[in-house]
Design a protein around this ligand. Sequence first.
Ligand SMILES: [Zn+2]
Length: 124
Amino acid sequence: MADTEPHTCPTCGGNSVYEDKICPTCHGEGALPAQGFAGRSFAELKTSIDDILTPSLVFRSYLIVEALDTTEYNALTDAQKLNFIMIVSAGFVDLNTDSNAKALLMALFGAGTTTRANLIELIS
Ligand SMILES: [Zn+2]
Protein backbone atom coordinates (compact mmCIF):
# COMPACT_ATOMS: atom_id res chain seq x y z
CA MET A 1 0.00 0.00 0.00
CA ALA A 2 1.20 3.47 -0.77
CA ASP A 3 2.61 5.34 2.22
CA THR A 4 0.31 8.24 1.44
CA GLU A 5 -2.78 6.26 2.61
CA PRO A 6 -3.23 5.74 6.39
CA HIS A 7 -2.81 2.06 7.27
CA THR A 8 -1.39 -0.29 9.92
CA CYS A 9 2.35 -0.71 9.68
CA PRO A 10 3.03 -4.00 7.87
CA THR A 11 6.40 -4.46 9.58
CA CYS A 12 5.27 -4.38 13.22
CA GLY A 13 1.54 -4.98 12.68
CA GLY A 14 0.74 -1.86 14.66
CA ASN A 15 2.76 -2.93 17.74
CA SER A 16 5.32 -0.13 17.26
CA VAL A 17 8.07 -2.63 18.13
CA TYR A 18 9.87 -4.98 15.76
CA GLU A 19 12.52 -7.46 16.95
CA ASP A 20 12.65 -5.72 20.35
CA LYS A 21 13.44 -2.36 18.80
CA ILE A 22 11.39 0.62 17.73
CA CYS A 23 9.94 -0.33 14.38
CA PRO A 24 12.20 1.00 11.65
CA THR A 25 9.33 1.29 9.19
CA CYS A 26 6.84 3.37 11.18
CA HIS A 27 9.33 4.84 13.69
CA GLY A 28 7.23 3.42 16.54
CA GLU A 29 3.94 4.94 15.46
CA GLY A 30 2.37 1.61 14.52
CA ALA A 31 0.76 3.18 11.49
CA LEU A 32 1.77 4.63 8.19
CA PRO A 33 2.38 7.12 6.87
CA ALA A 34 4.53 7.90 9.89
CA GLN A 35 4.06 11.49 10.90
CA GLY A 36 7.31 13.12 11.88
CA PHE A 37 6.59 16.74 12.72
CA ALA A 38 3.93 19.30 11.94
CA GLY A 39 1.91 16.72 10.04
CA ARG A 40 4.72 15.94 7.67
CA SER A 41 5.97 12.40 7.17
CA PHE A 42 9.56 11.44 7.90
CA ALA A 43 10.11 11.03 4.17
CA GLU A 44 8.87 14.57 3.55
CA LEU A 45 10.99 15.95 6.36
CA LYS A 46 14.08 14.21 5.07
CA THR A 47 13.46 15.69 1.66
CA SER A 48 13.07 19.18 3.07
CA ILE A 49 16.24 18.85 5.16
CA ASP A 50 18.11 17.60 2.10
CA ASP A 51 16.79 20.59 0.19
CA ILE A 52 18.18 22.89 2.85
CA LEU A 53 21.55 21.21 3.15
CA THR A 54 22.18 20.39 -0.50
CA PRO A 55 22.99 23.89 -1.74
CA SER A 56 26.69 23.97 -0.98
CA LEU A 57 26.84 27.72 -1.42
CA VAL A 58 24.87 28.52 1.72
CA PHE A 59 27.29 29.57 4.45
CA ARG A 60 27.04 30.38 8.13
CA SER A 61 27.25 34.13 8.67
CA TYR A 62 30.53 34.07 10.55
CA LEU A 63 32.29 32.86 7.41
CA ILE A 64 31.11 36.00 5.62
CA VAL A 65 32.39 38.11 8.51
CA GLU A 66 35.71 36.26 8.33
CA ALA A 67 35.95 37.10 4.63
CA LEU A 68 35.58 40.77 5.46
CA ASP A 69 38.50 43.15 5.06
CA THR A 70 38.13 45.56 7.98
CA THR A 71 39.52 48.56 6.12
CA GLU A 72 37.10 47.99 3.25
CA TYR A 73 34.20 47.63 5.68
CA ASN A 74 35.09 50.87 7.45
CA ALA A 75 35.13 52.66 4.10
CA LEU A 76 31.48 51.77 3.46
CA THR A 77 28.72 54.32 4.01
CA ASP A 78 26.37 53.80 6.94
CA ALA A 79 23.65 52.60 4.56
CA GLN A 80 26.05 50.07 3.02
CA LYS A 81 27.09 48.87 6.46
CA LEU A 82 23.42 48.32 7.29
CA ASN A 83 23.09 46.19 4.16
CA PHE A 84 26.04 44.08 5.25
CA ILE A 85 24.67 43.72 8.78
CA MET A 86 21.26 42.73 7.38
CA ILE A 87 22.86 40.02 5.26
CA VAL A 88 24.90 38.43 8.04
CA SER A 89 22.13 38.78 10.63
CA ALA A 90 20.18 36.05 8.84
CA GLY A 91 22.55 33.46 10.32
CA PHE A 92 23.06 31.80 6.97
CA VAL A 93 24.08 33.51 3.75
CA ASP A 94 23.09 32.15 0.37
CA LEU A 95 25.88 32.83 -2.11
CA ASN A 96 24.26 30.99 -4.99
CA THR A 97 24.42 32.85 -8.28
CA ASP A 98 20.90 34.29 -8.21
CA SER A 99 20.69 35.17 -4.51
CA ASN A 100 19.97 38.67 -3.23
CA ALA A 101 22.71 38.32 -0.64
CA LYS A 102 25.37 37.61 -3.24
CA ALA A 103 24.23 40.50 -5.43
CA LEU A 104 24.32 42.88 -2.46
CA LEU A 105 27.72 41.71 -1.27
CA MET A 106 29.21 41.98 -4.74
CA ALA A 107 27.77 45.49 -5.03
CA LEU A 108 29.30 46.46 -1.67
CA PHE A 109 32.69 45.02 -2.50
CA GLY A 110 33.60 45.70 -6.10
CA ALA A 111 36.25 44.20 -8.34
CA GLY A 112 39.73 44.31 -6.91
CA THR A 113 38.68 44.36 -3.26
CA THR A 114 40.07 41.87 -0.79
CA THR A 115 36.63 41.07 0.60
CA ARG A 116 35.31 40.21 -2.86
CA ALA A 117 38.32 37.97 -3.51
CA ASN A 118 37.77 36.24 -0.15
CA LEU A 119 34.08 35.68 -0.94
CA ILE A 120 34.89 34.27 -4.35
CA GLU A 121 37.42 31.93 -2.74
CA LEU A 122 34.72 30.84 -0.28
CA ILE A 123 32.36 30.02 -3.15
CA SER A 124 34.92 28.17 -5.26
ZN1 LIG B 1 5.91 -0.40 12.41
